[in-house]
Write a protein that binds this ligand. Structure first.
Ligand SMILES: NC(=O)c1ccc[n+]([C@@H]2O[C@H](COP(=O)([O-])OP(=O)(O)OC[C@H]3O[C@@H](n4cnc5c(N)ncnc54)[C@H](OP(=O)(O)O)[C@@H]3O)[C@@H](O)[C@H]2O)c1
Length: 252
């Protein structure tokens, strides 16, 4: 896959799946801006791991609409435009009904929906407007989750945020096609990253791996590969798709 000269923004590009996608895009010739929230060291490490020149990190809490607006403006200026957006940043933490008081429940829902869904919506809006102004084809990709379809017990806000993200992606695919903007999503099952460590390293970890007939969960590079595939020109007619990447652990 060749992305020579393409200008890419990846939210949450400092760790896990976003970092793997950033490295893969850089290896394929793109210039990449990675967004991060609080872990500057990880962002700097990610930049060092990316081949080629001109990559940079930008701090922004994507749950803050003003910060998203500033981030997209700064990235577009530094890169000279944006061709590909990967809405990847997200959070996943437990808030079981039986163990959460009402205040904790509300806080979990506000944070999760604010980052995973509204953050992605606001970033997509700002980047779509940028792409419309450029008058060139663009790609807006989402990193969703199997949980949108299979359910996320004890992480209910997360499952809802990803179901909302799927609907957002599909609506935008229809709305933005006349502007030559492709919109698609990948929906991974569990992936070996910091986010999933509390599940995979816990007592239920072996059972989670056994959900797939491959007997394992995904590596971040495998999700990155599918993200890049959706960003290729040859995949253009797949706009509106939600690509399952879950090792046949959940078939729908
Ligand atoms: N891992 C899985 O099993 C799995 C499965 C299905 C889907 N996914 C989805 O894949 C995406 C990436 O997950 P991951 O496993 O790679 O996660 P991860 O390793 O925990 O990395 C999360 C990334 O998101 C950033 N981030 C978190 N909150 C943010 C905010 N408010 N503003 C901006 N950036 C923020 C983090 O930045 P800092 O480093 O600064 O905190 C980090 O770069 C998520 O959308 C997740 O829901 C993951």
């Amino acid at each position: 896959m060749d992305f020579t000269g393409k200008r890419v923004l990846i939210t949450g590009g400092s760790r896990g799946i976003g970092r793997a996608a950033a490295v893969a895009f850089a290896r394929a010739g793109a210039r990449v801006a990675i967004n991060f929230h609080s872990n500057k060291e990880a962002a700097e490490e990610a930049i060092k791991a990316m081949p080629g020149n001109g990559h940079f990190a930008v701090r922004a809490d994507i749950s803050k609409p003003d910060a998203v607006f500033r981030m997209v403006g700064a990235v577009a200026e530094e890169l000279g435009g944006i061709d590909i957006l990967v809405n990847n940043a997200g959070v996943f933490f437990p808030h079981p009904v039986a163990q959460s008081d009402y205040a904790a429940w509300q806080e979990s829902w506000s944070q999760t929906i604010g980052i995973n869904l509204m953050g992605a919506a606001h970033t997509s809006y700002c980047v779509a407007r940028q792409m419309m102004g450029q008058g060139m084809p663009g790609k807006i990709l989402f990193v969703s989750s199997r949980g949108a379809f299979r359910g996320e017990p004890e992480h209910t806000a997360y499952g809802a945020s990803k179901a909302g993200m799927n609907a957002l992606a599909q609506s935008l695919a229809q709305e933005l096609a006349p502007y030559h903007i492709f919109v698609g999503a990948v929906a991974p099952g569990f992936v070996e990253t910091d986010m999933a460590a509390h599940v995979l390293d816990g007592e239920g970890g072996a059972a989670v791996k056994a959900q797939s007939p491959t007997g394992r969960v995904a590596r971040p590079e495998e999700i990155a590969h599918c993200i890049l595939f959706l960003a290729t020109e040859g995949a253009a007619y797949a706009t509106g798709c939600i690509l399952d990447v879950n090792g046949a652990s959940y078939l729908r």
